[in-house]
Design a protein around this ligand. Structure first.
Ligand code: ADP
Length: 322
């Protein structure tokens, strides 16, 4: 078989390990593999090059994506996808593996609908993809977020302050929830479970009154009551709350890490599983891990959907904050 692989959308630590796994998994079956530069944009621009085993050497430990990624609005148009398919077919490429997040897998679903065989590999720090427990890159991003929280806690405690930490994750609160639990946050605000500035401030006040030396609020970037709203409320009620409040927005720094062991292993498993799926004649699916098992879910079923947040974990975080 002749296949191509690309990385698309927001970069995530472990994308390189996934490309390596797809390439070497396919080469092991005697197939030929092409790497596409810069995601769907490279498909439209016809930027493909054949990959040998050595071409994907020394990248398993690198963050980001050596193939490059891009956002490509033209791919959402039928004409753009038709051009992409022409560029694949003229090289006799029979299938495409797309390593990427929610938007990218909506692109895969569109390509599958147009009749081109495609398999998706979930890779996004946001972990918002349906049909999969944990996406590639998410573990590393949580660990970097957690390291920042631990460092802020040191200074918060020394100065008897509250810190509000804004985490990445787009409309999904997974990073905030996991890093918040692991970092011992007093309060966690997620897009899936909104909390008003007054209640958030009240929890910080209560922590002060219980004699805590510091308090941490972890706020997902997609939360409607974000750090801006909290600061505004705080400005007006500072005296009655006790703690001073400082805000840290972590932003893209959490995306740029060296992939954790968990992300490298996950990427290797899912990249190889994508090749095995094609070898079985299946396509138009996302490969994922659910409860430790490799599963395939039709792209039509996952496109446009979001993984639901685990309400019991949010409750657990609250119990631990006494
Ligand atoms: P991520 O994959 O990280 O969620 P984006 O949402 O930016 O990133 O999506 C990456 C790319 O996927 C877009 O630039 C576009 O080329 C493609 N894409 C997104 N949604 C669709 C869609 N509904 N149909 C076709 N292509 C899409």
């Amino acid at each position: 078989m002749r296949i191509a692989v690309l990385t698309s959308g927001g970069d995530a630590p472990g994308m390189n390990a996934a490309v390596r796994a797809v390439t070497r998994g396919a080469l092991a079956k005697g197939w030929e593999v092409f790497g596409v530069r810069n995601g769907y944009a490279g498909l439209l621009a016809d930027e493909l090059a054949q990959l040998a085993a050595r071409d994907v050497g020394g990248i398993v430990q690198q963050g980001g994506t050596t193939l490059g990624s891009a956002r490509c609005p033209e791919f959402a148009e039928a004409a753009g996808r038709a051009q992409a398919i022409r560029h694949l077919k003229k090289r006799n490429i029979e299938a495409l593996v797309v390593v990427g997040g929610n938007g990218s897998q909506s692109g895969s679903a569109s390509l599958a609908r147009d009749g081109f065989p495609v398999v998706g590999v979930p890779s996004t720090i946001d972990n918002d993809l349906y049909g999969n427990d944990v996406s590639i890159g998410c573990d590393t991003a949580i660990n970097i977020t957690l390291e920042a929280i631990d460092r802020l806690r040191t200074t918060a405690s020394s100065h008897h302050r509250a810190f509000a930490v804004e985490t990445m994750g787009r409309n999904c609160g997974y990073i905030a929830l996991m890093a918040g639990i692991a970092g011992g946050a007093e309060v966690i605000a997620l897009p899936e479970s909104e909390i008003q500035p007054a209640e958030l401030a009240e929890r910080l006040r209560a922590a002060y009154q219980r004699g805590k030396t510091h308090a941490l609020a972890v706020i997902a970037e997609g939360a409607k009551c974000g750090v801006h709203e909290l600061m505004e409320y705080y400005g007006a009620h500072r005296k009655s709350i006790g703690f001073d409040l400082r805000v840290t927005r972590l932003g893209h720094v959490v995306r740029g890490g060296i992939p954790s062991a968990a992300d490298r292993v996950l990427a290797t498993r899912l990249g190889a599983a994508a090749v095995d799926t094609l070898a079985k004649g299946r396509h138009g699916v996302l490969v994922g891990l659910i409860k430790g098992d490799t599963v395939v879910t039709p792209l039509e079923e996952i496109a446009g959907k979001m993984r639901p947040a685990d309400a019991s974990l949010l409750e657990l975080a609250r119990t631990m904050a006494i």
